[in-house]
Design a binder for this molecule. Structure first.
Ligand SMILES: [Zn+2]
Ligand SMILES: [Zn+2]
Length: 154
C-alpha cells in the first residue's frame, strides 16, 4: 500500500504545493520541442497519476493550452512547469517528476521524441529510446504538435 510513502512536491517559489494519492507510473524523458520551450531545458521528465490522485494543496496553477489537444499547468508566480493533461487521456495527469520533494526513487524508464533531442544533450543509460512517442501508448498530442511545428517535425 501507498499511504505512508505519500509523495509531495511544489514549485520554485513555494506558491504551489501538491500531493499524490497514488504511486506514479510511466516515468520517462520527453525531448519534444514543446517540452524544451515550456521548461527551458533540453528534456523534461514526466510521470503519470490518475487525475483524481493529483491533489493541489496550496496555490492555483495557471493553465495554458499548448496545442489544440493538450494543456500545461504551471506556477503563475515563478513559472515552474508542474503538469500537463492531454484531451485523449483526460483521466490522467502527467506531472514533472523533479518538482517532487524527493524523486530519487522515481527514475525515468524511457526516452520519447528523441528526433527533436538537442544534439549536445544525451544521458548515459541503456533506456529505450523512441524517435517519437512510445509505440504502445501513442500520442496524438505530440503527433499533432509535430505537424504544426516545422522545427519539431524536421
Ligand atoms: Zn512558484
Ligand atoms: Zn514533450
Amino acid at each position: 500500500m501507498f499511504d505512508e510513502a505519500e509523495r509531495r512536491g511544489g514549485c520554485l517559489c513555494g506558491a504551489i504545493r501538491y500531493r499524490l494519492l497514488t504511486e506514479p507510473y510511466d516515468a520517462g524523458y520527453c525531448h519534444c520541442r514543446m517540452c524544451q520551450l515550456s521548461s527551458g531545458a533540453p528534456a523534461t521528465v514526466f510521470a503519470t497519476v490518475p487525475r483524481a490522485d493529483f491533489l493541489l494543496e496550496k496555490g492555483d496553477l495557471v493553465c495554458r493550452r499548448s496545442s489544440d489537444i493538450g494543456e500545461r499547468w504551471f506556477c503563475g508566480d515563478c513559472g515552474t512547469p508542474i503538469a500537463m493533461v492531454v484531451d485523449h487521456a483526460p483521466d490522467e495527469i502527467d506531472f514533472t517528476v523533479v518538482t517532487l520533494d524527493d524523486s530519487i526513487d522515481l527514475p525515468p524508464r524511457f526516452h520519447i521524441w528523441r528526433e527533436s533531442r538537442i544534439g549536445w544533450f544525451d544521458t548515459i543509460d541503456a533506456l529505450p529510446r523512441h524517435e517519437r512517442s512510445r509505440p504502445q501508448t501513442g500520442s496524438p498530442m505530440h503527433d499533432a504538435m509535430a505537424k504544426r511545428h516545422p522545427i519539431h517535425a524536421g
